[in-house]
Design a protein around this ligand. Structure first.
Ligand SMILES: [Zn+2]
Length: 124
């Protein structure tokens, strides 16, 4: 139950050192944060920091000049589109690109049979 983690720091010449040895997750994360924000990390004398679990799997990875490369950060970018039919604003999160033509849900042809396109009302 008590998973233990190790933190490693790597140097430009390829050498490395274990800076935390089989510590609980919170301590490993603290160490990771410490070494990825240290002076060495900023100036590049530390080029890589990783957290490994007891199975030697990488749980987190930081690289000089790149930042945290694992786990990948969730995309928080949003893009705005306009419905080509009614002009309503459509906000799309992340890297999703809506299919062309860009239509809101109401104008989407998939719903067309249910909708009066001009008034966006369901025809009965
Ligand atoms: Zn529309």
């Amino acid at each position: 139950m008590d998973e233990r983690f190790s933190v490693w720091q790597f140097f430009p010449d390829g050498s490395y050192e274990k800076v935390r040895d089989h510590v609980p997750a919170d301590e490993a994360f603290k160490g990771f944060k410490h070494y990825t924000t240290s002076v060495g990390a900023r100036i590049g004398t530390t080029v890589r920091v990783i957290i490994t679990d007891s199975g030697d799997q990488i749980n987190a990875e930081w690289k000089h000049g790149e930042g945290i490369v694992f786990p990948p950060a969730p995309s928080t970018r949003t893009k705005e589109y306009q419905c080509q039919d009614c002009g309503i604003r459509i906000v799309v999160e992340g890297d999703l690109v809506p299919a062309e033509p860009i239509l809101c849900q109401r104008c989407d042809p998939a719903f067309a049979s249910l909708l009066d396109n001009k008034h966006h009302r369901v025809q009965r």
